[in-house]
Ligand binder design. Structure first.
Ligand SMILES: *Cc1c(COP(=O)(O)O)cnc(C)c1O
Length: 341
């Protein structure tokens, strides 16, 4: 395909912005006396964090074999989604495209930025129908297409993602919040081929650090530069940066936990076969199940009475509840509660 010049997708006011650059973070000093940022000389957390996230970008670069210049760090992938919409979508003019059902936050941030939200209805297997995609994109020319794969709340991976990137005249964001739980290839390997592609991942799910709020975007250098131009200078706090940096120094804990969650997912899948109120367990590549029940209202209420909190997906997805994998003890309690309904 011909190289896409992403500049033509960028809002004019954004392309004219000068990034705020902290002098301190741009230069190397051996032992500086810091009198430039009105900080306190006292305390353990008295200094502003590194606005360029140098350390963890380098660590992730090592881990993934991608240039640090193509890695952006956000205060959760939520912040990155919000910033990406602001960079490319003109308020009251542009629209975004997303799948239905999918992760609601794309529509939420688009609405805040006054962009309309177009939805492609997924088929019975929660796949995109290519004809629907081609029709909706030619008729409406949305600016950004959000593909969530594995998809939340359906759990399946989206097939043939490259087709959608190739045939979309705008920015494609592939949200891979659950990619670690899947055997599918990550779209990260496509960023060299497609300058209009952004792949987002997070430390909130498989890495077990939802409280730290760290999200990562992989993209062309141009897009990463735009993200660093529009973000708040100190968007990620130093406690979270340190925590994530530590876990990247020793990934064995992450790997052990991931293996356990995947093993528990298999255990639950077998146990679900014994539950009479279950109509269907949808295939999953994530750390959760979308489950269709015969008497969904009763099941949801009974679980709640047992203080087992699940995600109510009905009536949007008929008779369905989304339940994430817990540890063995929690999973046993879930199964026992379901058996008693
Ligand atoms: C949980 C989730 C995220 C993670 O968001 P963070 O802000 O990084 O916690 C992103 N996308 C999807 C689809 C999710 O389900």
């Amino acid at each position: 395909m011909t190289a896409i010049n992403i500049n033509r997708f960028v809002r004019k006011n954004i392309s004219e912005l000068q990034p705020y650059i902290s002098f301190r973070d741009q230069n190397e000093f051996a032992n500086p006396i810091l009198m430039d940022a009105n900080e306190s000389p006292f305390g353990e957390f008295n200094r502003y964090p590194d606005s360029t996230h140098k350390k963890i970008r380098n660590q992730i670069s090592q881990l993934k074999g991608i240039s640090p210049k193509q890695i952006s760090v956000g205060n959760g992938s939520d912040e990155l989604i919000d910033l990406i919409i602001k960079i490319f979508c003109e308020p009251k003019k542009d629209s975004i495209l997303m799948m239905n059902p999918s992760f609601a936050m794309y529509g939420f941030y688009a609405a805040i930025n006054e962009n309309s939200v177009l939805k492609i209805q997924l088929d019975g297997n929660f796949e995109i129908q290519k004809e629907d995609f081609l029709k909706i994109t030619t008729e409406n020319q949305p600016k950004i297409f959000f593909i969530c794969s594995p998809n939340n709340p359906t759990g399946n991976s989206i097939k043939d993602i490259e087709f959608y990137i190739e045939n979309f005249n705008g920015i494609v964001v592939v949200d891979e919040a659950y990619i670690e739980f899947s055997n599918e290839r990550s779209a990260v390997e496509l960023i060299e081929k497609f300058p209009n592609l952004i792949v987002s991942q997070t430390f909130s799910k498989a890495w077990g650090m939802a409280g730290a709020r760290i999200g990562i975007a992989y993209s062309s250098q141009e897009i990463s530069q735009l993200i660093y131009t529009v973000k708040a200078p100190y968007n990620v706090n130093s406690l979270s940066l340190n925590l994530v940096s530590k876990s990247l120094e020793n990934v064995s804990e992450f790997q052990n936990n991931l293996e356990q969650i995947i093993a528990e997912r298999s255990w639950l899948k077998e146990e679900f076969k014994t539950i009479k109120s279950i109509e269907k367990v949808f295939p999953t590549d994530a750390n959760f199940f979308l489950i269709q029940f015969k008497n969904v209202e009763t099941v949801y209420q009974k679980l709640l009475e047992n203080e087992i909190l699940t995600s109510k997906r009905f009536p949007q997805i008929p008779n369905c509840i989304r339940i994430n994998v817990g540890n063995r003890e929690e999973n046993i309690q879930l199964i026992n509660a379901l058996k008693n309904i």
